[in-house]
Design a protein around this ligand. Sequence first.
Ligand code: 3HC
Length: 301
Amino acid sequence: KPAGVPQASPRKVNSVGVVGAGLMASQLALVFAQQLRVPVVISDLDQQRVDKGLAYIAEQNSKQVRKGRLTQEQADALTGLVTGSTEKAAYAEADFVIEAVFEEISVKKQVFAELEDIVSSETILATNTSSLSVTEMAADLKHPERVIGFHFFNPVQVMPLVEIARTARTADEPIATAFELAASLRKTPVLTKDTTAFVVNRLLLRLMAEVQKAFDLGTEARTADQALKPLGLPMTPFELLSMVGLPVAQHVTESLQTSFGDRFYVSKNLQSLIDHGVTEIWSTDESGAQHIKDSTLELME
Ligand code: 3HC
């Protein structure tokens, strides 16, 4: 076990809840079902969002059939493991619940408070937050000792790292369980303190801050991406922003600016694109080729 991981016996996770049905939540539910083969419940504010999440999961499993890695029956069985609800009561049986709802502390606190009335006192409550305090999320709960950060990276199916964040109040068992769970998901877990943005986003978003400053000073997104390609990053900064989604990325940066001030930078140009309804700068066509979106180009000119 990596240094700092407690020796406590992990609990078995037979049922998982994912709160939310957006892109991150749907990817999480998919990976939990694929790797653990246990029932997974997703939920959102309305049925339309839930259905969108379920459709994403079904489509990703169908992709594996098209790639010849699953039979149709296996794909259907995996898709069938994930059910959707608009009620938190659906999490009653879950051993492990991870929230991936809007990145706003009051929303996340509310989710945990509602869950605590429904789940058992030993159910682990995890957050996929990128930039908020796990300690604060657990502060008003009856059982803060079962709250952890469990932070995945987009796309969850492919990115190997999971940051497991421990607060001063987290007990040993949830951390031991989280490490076991990450291994079952075939991820590489690292233990971090509950510090804003943990480890990876502190570094990644500093790079992104400088790129966005250059963008506001007049460097085109295309030019910045071309210039940075030789650095060997798996994705250029604006490709990454497009994948995460501009509004989500902007919101995370704002959160970091609240904690760290000038070390992070909220781009005015990006905000103006978001205000015009732009969610991505690059789009991918059927063949996998990337194109700068015409609508974005017009707005940037
Ligand atoms: N969603 C789902 N799966 C995807 C995907 C996506 N958006 N993009 C690629 N994949 C899958 C492909 O289907 C393929 O799967 P397979 O091997 O099972 O067939 C696999 O990834 C590899 O695809 P490619 O051959 O097209 O791979 P690339 O070499 O282009 O790599 C990548 C794709 C792994 C996504 C790579 O570009 C990469 O590592 N990008 C950086 C991603 C990153 O930095 N993420 C962190 C974002 S920050 C974050 O999430 C924190 C948050 O808190 C804000």
